[in-house]
Write a protein that binds this ligand. Structure first.
Ligand code: NBP
Length: 472
């Protein structure tokens, strides 16, 4: 009876593809879904004739698992995960492992891990990235939980993950919520990457208005260099696709109202809570929010005027190159911010996150997979305590080299009234971070003026506090 290596509950898009992946790598998998007809449809459909146990009850599902049991939950994040755990607990034994592979909030994972530990059950919060195709062919997997639990899961997860340079895109991230936190940060970075690409598109559109074919070529060219990544590749493909009804480029017919599921907001919220600047991802989240108020924007466009259109008289190729450099520099800045956030969370929760591992497992299977993650991996390999990615010699050289083009791209946007919150906030972070002096001396004076908050002096030892009698 108990013949399955692992079981999975929740046969929606991700669950179905993940179990097919597991089965294709030689594992026998028990599957269960709250609505039984979903299991039946899978049994008749994509699961037909394959090495599955199609369980119609949770008791049958657990009974089909080898000991120690490994039961993965792949249902909608939030209350459904708690509901499934509650049903599983009476059926599981100490030493068994329950895994939540959805996009759960890391604090929920910490709470669940603590509660299950008391029962001797290992709980794992596992981030899975790559969407439907990644789940089927090899995702990037970010597991968080106990070392003992990881020993039980590693043989399966390292086999179903994407592989880059012979190494699986799956490493143990750390205890309790570490895996889900890293996955959340990954999603935040994904928001940033997507926004930055859209801004590159917007600057070029306003300045030189390339055709869809030209845009496809621009992104194809960019994908051959430092920007080589999944998101640039799909962007180049998007520009080649035509609407069957009108024959127009489909991208020109898509309404400019972006959706979001919330992981970007969680990422930014926690960065703010920890006092970590995360301006690029923050801009990306806000840009989606602003895009979603389309009706207000249409109304505002009739009242609030931008600069008068000026015909472009410069060198098109040079502008394209400037925008490419600006995109690369902004992307580096976004990853630098994201890594600082991960470092702060690691310290806060004692996770001991390994940044080389994190960058390495993002190189394949996931949405942000990109050639430059090799460089980030190398940077943290050379210096695991690197304070900020911008300080790594390779990235410092890129930023110093591209900064003049970065400014040209942002200036072009500002002159044409095109919003580039990602590019410009990245540049502002770069300019702030590289400044030995900021205008915060005036700010401290203001604080001391109205609130007697005191200040330190440039000519006195650090830590010594002063107050000036501003009203006298
Ligand atoms: P969904 O997030 O759409 O969830 C649907 C599944 O949850 C169905 O199997 C459904 O069962 C089950 N479910 C719900 Br809803 N409430 C339940 C409850 N109270 N008890 C038991 N089962 C319940 O599925 P998904 O898109 O495959 O995503 C699964 C997880 O993976 C989510 O956390 C998601 O955020 C994450 N994720 C998704 C992607 C993606 O590209 N879609 C990528 C990476 C991660 P039913 O059939 O009985 O309604």
């Amino acid at each position: 009876m108990s013949t399955c290596d692992i079981g999975l509950i929740g046969l929606a898009v991700m669950g179905e593809n993940l179990v097919l992946n597991m089965e294709s790598r030689g594992f026998r998998v028990a599957v269960y879904n709250r609505t039984t007809s979903v299991v039946e449809a899978f049994e008749k459909g994509r699961g037909n004739g394959k090495n599955f146990v199609f369980a119609k009850s949770l008791a049958d599902f657990v009974g089909a698992l080898k000991r120690p049991r490994r039961a993965q939950i792949m249902v909608k994040a939030g209350a459904p995960v708690d509901a499934v755990i509650e049903q599983l607990i009476p059926l599981m034994e100490p030493g068994d492992v329950i895994i939540d592979g959805g996009n759960s909030l890391w604090t929920d994972t910490q709470r669940r891990e603590k509660a299950l530990k008391e029962k001797g059950i290992h709980f794992f919060g596992v981030g899975v990235s790559g969407g439907e195709e990644g789940a089927l062919k090899g995702p990037s997997i970010m597991p968080g939980g106990s070392k003992e639990g990881w020993e039980s899961l590693a043989p399966i997860y390292t086999k179903i993950a994407a592989v880059v340079d012979g190494s699986p895109c799956c490493r143990h991230m750390g205890p309790d919520g570490a895996g889900h936190y890293v996955k959340m940060a990954h999603n935040g970075i994904e928001y940033g990457d997507m926004q930055l690409i859209c801004e590159a598109y917007a600057i070029l559109k306003a300045a030189i208005n390339p055709t869809a074919e030209e845009f496809a070529q621009i992104f194809t060219d960019w994908n051959k260099g430092e920007l080589d990544s999944f998101l640039i590749e799909i962007t180049s493909k998007i520009f080649t696709r035509k609407d069957p009804e009108t024959g127009k480029p489909i991208v020109d017919l898509i309404l400019d109202k972006a959706g979001q599921k919330g992981t970007g907001k969680w990422t930014v919220g926690h960065a703010v809570e920890m006092g970590v600047p995360l301006s690029v991802i923050g801009s990306a989240v806000e840009a989606r929010i602003l895009s979603s108020i389309k009706e207000q924007r249409v109304f505002a466009s009739s009242i609030l005027k931008g600069p008068a259109a000026k015909p472009f008289t410069g060198d098109r190729a040079k502008l394209i190159e400037a925008v490419r450099d600006a995109l690369y520099a902004s992307k580096i800045t976004s990853y630098a911010q994201g890594m600082v956030q991960l470092g702060a969370a690691s310290e806060l929760y004692n996770w001991n996150l390994n940044f080389e591992d994190i960058a390495s497992i993002w190189r394949g299977g996931c949405i942000i997979r990109a050639r430059f993650l090799n460089r980030i991996t190398e940077a943290y390999k050379k210096d695991p305590t690197l304070k900020n990615l911008m300080l790594d010699p390779f990235f410092a050289e890129v930023l110093n080299r591209t900064q003049s083009n970065w400014r040209i791209a942002v200036t072009s946007a500002v002159e044409n009234g095109v919003a580039v919150p990602g590019f410009s906030s990245a540049l502002a972070y770069f300019d702030s971070y590289r400044s030995a002096n900021l205008p915060a001396n005036l700010l401290q004076a203001q604080r001391d003026f109205f609130g007697a908050h005191t200040y330190e002096r440039t000519d006195k030892p650090a830590g010594e506090k002063f107050h000036y009698d501003w009203l006298s």
